[in-house]
Write a protein that binds this ligand. Structure first.
Ligand code: ZN
Length: 897
């Protein structure tokens, strides 16, 4: 649909050129300020069984100057009629013409209107989107549902609008739907009127608080609606708030668990912010197909239903994700919904805040989910992307439509959250909270930018200009700072020398030098007692006095709260490695990162990483015990030979097999969530990375049991452990070939448990068989696989090194067909899939050669291609630098047995 619209625009533009018209070019960034929306009335006629919907939008608009036209957004809408009612009530004819493929549209009046408030009235209709954006339709069996997804820029597919976050206005929404359907919106219904024909009903919903277009939501269909516990009044809020779970027909009972968790999450944020929950009700809706994980629409949060549907068949990881994602989306009701960013360059304020707040809520409310470790893992994940020269900044200028679609990445979420956390640690938790409270109170129901936030924190904490400069240095430039620390105790009082540079992977030369202003907190260990001292490294090099004198060991990132990497001299690193057990688990993760990033920078040998593994292998926490698995996998895949791989696999078995076997293949009732996560990580690593034959056989056997192979039974996924079910299905498909593949396909035709479907699709994609692999890939372009499910099938297919070439050949032949199914925000995602498992310059050139001529037609494609090529080239440079012979001496010392 989008491509078709783009073609029309090109033709229209060239016709204008031929005619020599000097028409005003459509605005490419923000709309002009000369027409400002004040309020919307939106009437939608929605029958989920139909193919199209219709609507009328009335927008009260303030013209700040005399105009004969204005600009707004409208994409793929068939406009039936446009009128303008002026301030005196007189109606004027008008036209709406889309002038840009991103949906920028010109509304022309029949003459010039003076500055005044007008009403713009537009009647239109459109097909329901098949791409999970705007107003879209999903079928489950014989049922049909309509759901919305507006962020970032898809409200324009649902109604003509000023589709920018800075325009916050009240919305009055009215839905006319078949009388048997359930219809919900952002607020509670205030009126329901049956139609005279007995077939339809019209619901009018309470006028919303001021909202940007991207937070407007409706849903229509045969939904199950279940009441949750009421959100009881407390010291911050006087009124009770109703809480409901909404899911596809028959799934209502599965929402009980998350509904029971939600009141304490809401209460946590109310206490933290001292602002009552801002809306008149809270619905958690599980959509049967959804593009992202969830969306924080005011009062009507929409999730992919797999996240919220919980029953006896759910893996323990689903409980953890449901909690985390709900904590994230509920946090947005304050951070994003109550106070909204004016423009997409500050979208980090929404996402970093929600990510940071979610981590705090989880640590406080459900410590067993190890929110502190998840935070560090998130930060280290963001660093992978931030080590590219083509990385975005947290606060990235937005100059075109593609920039908006790419703004929702690890830099915005995890790096942004890490920077907030770094400054929270520096100014102190209480002081930071006071600043956040003031910021929210100042901007409630309005907008707030990074400059507003930084000014408030600087003022409230008393840190002034130093804080402002430090925050800007992290927000406004990309890259990972690296702190070089050296403790000196030789002459006089102890001092620590700190210097900074940009962390760069091996072979990368940065075009310019960077200077950050960094709060650096150092943990000093002296005779089993630890202390922390913080410094502000605001110059390339500084030396500081150390309180308490010399230390036995020191970690230049205390509490894992800094967004930077570090180095220390060799002798100090050795002392640190000996003190590893006195560090907290988050600090141990930071130390593990120092080990693996030293390899990435080309400064240590592969053997150093392998030799560091035993220190982590026995750690009680899953995250620490498995911290070097990715480095192990990289070494094995890219510099391993048959001999070295056998030795590495034997080494991994020595370190982890006994522990994995003791945990077993089945969750015990007494197992904590942390034990379950550890079991899954160890078994998957041994079976799929380190090729442990015994564990693999055990998984295949369970997978065959679930699929009813060998025993003449039907498929029954409840026969196996829910946590390992995905791994077992994958092992069975890989090792049992066609019978397992066919059983999975047959099950997919009848199974509507979304979480299980993801596991089945990932298993299908993981096959190493050439002909089955082709069948799996072709299956994904049929309607049997929902749009939100595509990633499970194709990422699993592309991730298997055995499939890389076949996947690439297939992708080239089907790129247009697969991309046509994807929402604007994910148009570029298959470029990343094509880059998986590639680690040589010729492969990078092959991708470049194929994508460059097509890149202009792929939304956000240019930056994603640059990042993908850079990732491949970094891998290739390191691989060449390390060399396959680097493990020879290590293998001699660790022979396979
Ligand atoms: Zn979010």
């Amino acid at each position: 649909m989008h491509r078709f619209a783009a073609l029309i625009w090109v033709l229209a533009a060239s016709m204008l050129l031929v005619a020599g018209a000097s028409a005003e070019a459509p605005p490419s960034g923000q709309l002009p300020d000369t027409a400002v929306p004040l309020a919307y009335t939106l009437r939608l006629n929605v029958d989920p069984r139909a193919e199209r919907f219709s609507g009328r939008v009335e927008i009260r608009v303030k013209l700040t100057t005399a105009l004969d036209h204005l600009w707004l957004h409208s994409s793929d809408l068939a406009i039936a009629d446009v009128r303008v009612r002026d301030a005196l009530g007189k109606l004027h004819a008008a036209t709406l013409v889309v002038r840009d493929p991103s949906g920028v549209a010109k509304v022309s009046f029949d003459g010039t209107l003076r500055a005044q408030e007008i009403e713009l009235i537009i009647d239109y209709s459109a097909a329901f989107s098949a791409k999970l954006q705007g107003l879209y339709k999903v079928k489950v069996g014989d049922d049909a549902y309509v759901v919305t997804q507006m962020e970032a820029t898809s409200a324009r597919y649902a109604f003509p609008s000023f589709d920018e976050p800075r325009f916050k206005t009240p919305f009055r929404v009215t839905l006319t739907v078949p009388k048997e359907e359930v219809a919900v919106a952002n607020t509670q219904p205030i009126e329901e009127v049956p139609a005279a024909d007995g077939k339809w009903k019209t619901l009018t919903f309470a006028v919303t608080k001021p909202l940007p277009t991207y937070l407007v939501a409706v849903a229509v269909g045969p939904w199950d609606v279940v009441q949750g516990p009421i959100l009881a009044p407390n010291t911050v809020r006087k009124e009770p708030i109703p809480l409901r779970g909404i899911g596809p027909r028959g799934t209502g009972p599965q929402f009980k668990w998350i509904l029971d968790q939600t009141p304490m999450i809401v209460k946590y944020y109310e206490e933290y912010t001292q602002q009552p929950y801002p809306f008149d009700k809270l619905d958690l809706l599980g959509a049967p197909d959804f593009s992202a994980g969830a969306m924080e629409n005011a009062g009507l949060i929409v999730f992919r239903d797999a996240l919220l549907r919980i029953d006896a068949s759910s893996p323990s990881s689903t409980y953890r994700s449901a909690f985390n994602v709900t904590a994230h989306e509920v946090a947005h009701q304050w951070f994003g919904d109550l106070v909204t960013v004016p423009w997409w360059n500050d979208i980090w304020l929404n996402e970093a805040f929600a990510t940071w707040a979610q981590g705090k809520a989880t640590v406080e409310l459900e410590p067993s989910y190890a929110g502190d470790l998840a935070r560090v893992e998130g930060t280290l994940g963001a660093m992978r992307g931030d080590s590219l020269l083509s990385a975005r900044r947290i606060r990235q200028p937005i100059t075109n439509f593609g920039d908006i679609q790419l703004a929702f990445d690890g830099i915005t979420y995890q790096k942004g959250a890490a920077v907030l956390r770094m400054f929270e640690e520096w100014v102190g938790e209480d002081s930071f909270r006071a600043a956040i409270r003031e910021y929210l109170a100042q901007h409630a129901y309005g907008s707030g930018s990074a400059d507003d936030l930084i000014a408030t924190i600087a003022k409230v904490t008393g840190k002034g200009q130093a804080l402002s400069a430090a925050m800007h240095s992290l927000l406004d430039q990309p890259g990972i700072p690296e702190v070089h620390a050296a403790l000196s105790c030789k002459s006089g009082p102890a001092t620590i020398a700190l210097s900074q540079s940009r962390f760069l992977p091996y072979g990368v030369v940065a075009p310019e030098k960077r200077l950050w202003s960094l709060p650096v907190c150092v943990r000093f260990d002296r005779h089993d007692a630890g202390s922390t001292q913080c410094f502000l490294l605001d110059r390339p090099t500084r030396e500081f006095a150390v309180d308490g004198g010399c230390a036995d060991a020191y970690l230049p990132n205390a509490n894992a709260s800094g967004y930077y990497r570090f180095t220390v001299p060799d002798a100090d690193r050795k002392a640190l490695s000996e003190a590893i057990h006195s560090l907290t688990p988050p600090e141990q993760l930071i130390y593990a990162d120092a080990v693996s990033s030293s390899l990435i920078a080309g400064q240590s040998a592969t053997a150093d990483v392998l030799d560091a593994m035993p220190a982590f292998a026995t750690a009680p926490t899953q995250e620490v015990a498995t911290a070097l698995f990715d480095s192990f996998a990289w070494i094995r895949e890219y510099v391993g030979t048959e001999t070295t791989r056998a030795a590495m696999d034997a080494y991994a078995a020595d370190l982890y097999s006994a522990r994995a076997m003791a945990l077993g293949l089945h969750r015990l009732p007494s197992d904590t969530d942390a034990i379950t996560q550890l079991r899954v990580r160890l078994i998957e690593f041994l079976a799929f990375t380190a090729h442990d034959a015994a564990i693999r056989r055990a998984l295949v056997e369970q997978g065959r049991l679930a699929l009813g192979l060998g025993g003449g039974n039907a498929v029954d996924l409840s026969r196996v452990d829910p946590d390992l079910r995905g791994a077992e299905l994958k092992a069975a498909v890989q090792d049992s070939g066609e019978p397992a593949f066919k059983a999975v396909l047959a099950e997919l035709a009848v199974n509507h448990q979304t979480k299980q479907r993801y596991e089945l699709l990932a298993a299908l994609g993981s096959t190493h068989d050439a002909s089955l692999g082709e069948q799996a890939r072709n299956y994904g372009i049929t309607p049997a696989v929902a749009v939100g499910e595509l990633r499970y099938l194709y990422q699993s297919n592309a991730t298997e090194p055995e499939n890389s070439e076949a996947f690439w050949q297939w992708l080239k032949a089907h790129f247009d067909a697969i991309t046509a199914r994807l929402p604007d925000q994910y148009q570029s995602s298959f470029i990343r899939n094509a880059a998986i498992n590639r680690c040589s310059k010729p492969e990078a050139e092959e991708l470049r050669g194929w994508f460059v001529p097509r890149i202009a037609g792929i939304i956000g494609g240019e930056r994603v291609l640059a990042q993908s090529l850079e990732t491949i080239n970094q891998c290739a440079a390191l691989r060449e630098h390390v060399g396959v012979s680097s493990l020879a001496a290590w293998v001699d010392a660790h022979p396979a047995h």
